[in-house]
Design a protein around this ligand. Structure first.
Ligand code: ATP
Length: 295
C-alpha cells in the first residue's frame, strides 16, 4: 500500500512555481525523506498534503484513497515549531495539544515515555533545552498513536546531541512500524535515517526511490604521474572503471563502490609503461553526489 501518492502536483505562488509536476509514492513502513535545498518546495508539498495549502494542479492520494479528514487523522504532523505555553509543563501542554487535535489525553504518559521526557514531565516548558522542546513537539505529533508521521525539518536548529536524539527517536518510531515522511535539506540526515528519498530542486523532482540505490557511494581513485594525459588514457583502458576525469593536478578514476583495487591499478599502469607517483583511494562523499544531483 502507498501511504501517500503524489501525482503531477504543481503549486504556483503568483509567478513563482514552487512545485512543478511532482510525482512520487511513499510505501508503507518506510522512512521517506523529501530532500532539497532551501526553497525547493518541501514545505509547500507537505502543506498541500496536510490540507493547509491548495495545489495549483495535480493531486495526491492518502492510503490509496482520495484524501479526507478521516485519513489525515491517522497522520501525526510536526510542520513548524508548535506554540507551547512556556509557563506550563509538558503534561499540561500535551493536554492542550490533545484537546486541540481532538485526540484523547489518555496516552500522554505513553508519548512522554517514547520521546524520553517522562522524567521531566512536570517541569515548565521554559526550562527545556531546544532538543527537549523538539522532542515534546514530536510527542504532540504522536498523540492518538497515528500510523503515519510527517515531520518538516525535525532537527532544525538543534546541536549535534539534539540531532542524534531525534535521529534515534525516528529510528525507534520506524522500528515500531510507523511510516515517517520527513522534509530535510540535510543530505547526511536523510542518508542516516531514511530508507527512501525524493530529491527536489527548485520545485522539480530530480530523482526518487531507495536511498541505497540513489545515494550509492562510488570509489574514487586519485592518481598522479609525470604525464597526466597519458595516465588518463591508460586508466580509460582499465577494466572495471566507470569514468576517468583529469584535473590540472591529478587523474580521478571512478569504480563502483568497493570495486577499486589499488594494487591492480598500480600493476595495470605499470604494465602500460606509466609509473605512478601517487595512488590513493577516496570514497566519493555523499555531499558531492547531492551536489551533482541538484546542480
Ligand atoms: P525551506 O527549507 O527554506 O522552507 P522549502 O524547500 O520548504 O524551503 P518552500 O518553503 O516550499 O521550500 O518554498 C518553495 C518556493 O515557494 C520558494 O521559492 C519560496 O520562496 C516560495 N514560497 C513559499 N511560500 C510562499 C508564499 N506564501 N508566497 C510566495 N512564495 C512562497
Amino acid at each position: 500500500m502507498a501511504i501517500l501518492s503524489v501525482d503531477n502536483l504543481s503549486k504556483n505562488y503568483g509567478p513563482i512555481k514552487a512545485l512543478k509536476n511532482v510525482s512520487f509514492s511513499v510505501p508503507a513502513g518506510t522512512v521517506y525523506g523529501i530532500l532539497g535545498p532551501n526553497g525547493s518546495g518541501k514545505t509547500t508539498l507537505l502543506g498541500i498534503v496536510m490540507d493547509v495549502l491548495k495545489a495549483s494542479g495535480g493531486g495526491y492520494t492518502l492510503f490509496d484513497e482520495a484524501p479526507t479528514a478521516h485519513h489525515r487523522k491517522q497522520i501525526g504532523t510536526l510542520l513548524e515549531t508548535p506554540n507551547f505555553y512556556h509557563y506550563l509543563s509538558a503534561v499540561e501542554n500535551l493536554k492542550i495539544a490533545a484537546a486541540i487535535k481532538g485526540r484523547g489525553a489518555e496516552d500522554i504518559d505513553r508519548v512522554l515515555q517514547i520521546v524520553n521526557l517522562a522524567h521531566r514531565k512536570t517541569s515548565k516548558f521554559s526550562t527545556y533545552s531546544l532538543g527537549m522542546k523538539q522532542r515534546l513537539a514530536i510527542g504532540a505529533a504522536l498523540l492518538g498513536n497515528p500510523e503515519v508521521l510527517v515531520f518538516d525539518e525535525p532537527t532544525n536548529g538543534l546541536d549535534p546531541v539534539g540531532i542524534a536524539e531525534i535521529r534515534e527517536l525516528i529510528k525507534k518510531l520506524s522500528q515500531s512500524g510507523k511510516t515517517i515522511i520527513m522534509a530535510s535539506h540535510l543530505l547526511d540526515e536523510v542518508e542516516k535515517v531514511c530508507t527512501h528519498v525524493a530529491i527536489l530542486k527548485q520545485g522539480t523532482l530530480i530523482t526518487d526511490g531507495n536511498v541505497d540505490e540513489i545515494l550509492v557511494n562510488e570509489d574514487v581513485v586519485e592518481l598522479n604521474a609525470a604525464d597526466l594525459q597519458q595516465l588518463k588514457q591508460v586508466m580509460q583502458q582499465m577494466p572495471g572503471q566507470t569514468r576517468v576525469d583529469l584535473s590540472d593536478k591529478f587523474v580521478q578514476a571512478f569504480f563502483p563502490s568497493g570495486a577499486a583495487d589499488l594494487a591492480a591499478v598500480n600493476q595495470f599502469c605499470f604494465s602500460k609503461g606509466v609509473v605512478l607517483s601517487q595512488l590513493q583511494l577516496r570514497k566519493k562523499s555523499l555531499e558531492s553526489k547531492f551536489f551533482e544531483l541538484t546542480n
